[in-house]
Write a protein that binds this ligand. Structure first.
Ligand code: SMG
Ligand code: MG
Length: 379
């Protein structure tokens, strides 16, 4: 971190729900997303007598399918437990203190991360500093990968993948599940050729006994297999790592820095997908980055179908030097016809620019935001 930021007194919070239709259905092993129901946190804080606004995005999905959190539950825990605690602080606070202040509440990392994000955005605005600069990130642009949903037909899958290759994405990630795996991956490898980086994500769809089956993916020379087994099955992933040559990457299983260190030490995590929402915030995400660098574990930044708010923040995070693999930070248009920020994320020559403006790096387009808002709640 650079110089500490001036602490902030939280004066008010607005929770805003928005409905964002996806440009096409996104199917994973746990379900199909067609519209994103997103909770935004707008914090009004006082920094040295000046009122400043900051925004956070909660990445919880509509249903508890990716993880236990879901958007209605996140809003409830924020209103009933998390926000009253943060707003009861008797002195100005720093975003880095929020995780500790909320530490006695079990779980709910995505809800906690959204509060931390909003306060951090406001503090960075007050300091006139960009997120990337604040965390001493080194890159000015990051390579952009794209996550491709499960397709019923291989022909349709190849059409979709070709369109993303044409858009310039430098890495393809395919969602897989039993029955839509070996043939799908083989056909895509044939299409994109041997040199294009390729990886798969099972979102916990396989069993410990699937080692021999998953080893059939080795011939496609992929970067990694993401989260084949249940999120709690660290030992199962370690055993799989012995059976399968393709590196095992964890997503859902990694919920803290301490747990990530254990998973690495047990041989279950050869590559790490870092998502700030999943681990309770950007500051815990940086700790995970740092420990992975110290242990020589490559990391990349995951995605949760964020708006331009979350995408901008993720791009700042992924500018840290340990993010050596392309992440799931794609263009806003990958999922949304119209983003809620004035400067949607774009991919140019396969790369996304790291924001340099003060704050997390976006400006809200208030007209678009109003048009997609389904409810607001003032705290
Ligand atoms: O934002 O590009 C994105 C989505 C990337 O595949 C993606 N995310 O398990 O990594 C993952 C999934 C979780 C969300 S799927 C609805
Ligand atoms: Mg994943």
């Amino acid at each position: 971190m650079t110089q500490p930021l001036t602490p902030a007194t939280v004066r008010g919070i607005e929770l805003r729900r928005i409905a964002m239709p996806l440009v096409s259905p996104f199917r994973t092993s746990f379900g199909v997303e067609t519209e994103r129901d997103i909770l935004l946190v707008r914090a009004t804080v006082d920094v040295d007598g000046t009122l400043i606004e900051g925004w956070g995005e909660c990445v919880a999905l509509g249903e508890p399918t990716y993880s236990a959190e879901y958007v209605d539950g996140a809003q409830h825990v924020l209103v009933s437990h998390l926000l009253p605690t943060v707003m009861a602080a008797s002195r100005p606070i720093d975003a880095t203190e929020i995780a500790t202040m909320l530490g006695h509440f079990h779980g709910h990392p995505m809800a906690k991360a959204a509060v931390e994000m909003a306060v951090l955005d406001a503090q960075l605005h007050a300091a006139g500093r960009s997120f990337a600069e604040h965390i001493n990130a080194t890159k000015t642009s990051i390579p952009s990968g794209v996550s491709v949903g499960i397709h019923a037909s291989i022909d349709d899958l190849l059409t979709t993948v070709q369109s993303y290759v044409d858009d310039g994405y430098v890495r393809i990630k395919l969602k897989i599940e039993p029955g839509s795996d070996i043939d799908h991956v083989g056909a895509v490898r044939d299409l994109i050729g041997p040199d294009m980086p390729l990886q798969v994500d099972a979102n916990t769809a396989y069993q410990r006994t699937d080692g021999a089956h998953l080893a059939r993916l080795d011939e496609f020379d992929m970067l990694l297999i993401e989260q084949p087994l249940a999120e709690t099955d660290i030992i199962g992933h370690a055993r799989l790592a012995d059976e399968v040559a393709t590196p095992i990457c964890l997503d859902e299983s990694l919920v803290s820095a301490a747990g990530t260190a254990d998973a690495i030490d047990l041989g279950a995590c050869e590559i790490a997908n870092i998502k700030p929402g999943r681990v309770g915030g950007y500051l815990e995400a940086i700790r995970i980055h740092d420990l992975c660098v110290a242990r020589n574990i490559p990391v990349w930044c995951g995605g949760m179908i964020e708006t331009g708010i979350g995408r901008a923040a993720n791009a700042g995070l992924a500018a840290l030097p340990g993010f050596t693999l392309p992440g799931d930070i794609s263009a806003s248009t990958r999922f949304y016809a119209r983003d809620i920020v004035t400067d949607p994320i774009t991919v140019v020559d396969g790369h996304v620019s790291v924001p340099t403006t003060p704050g997390l790096g976006f400006e809200i387009d208030h007209d678009v935001l109003e048009s997609v808002t389904t409810s607001t709640q003032a705290i």
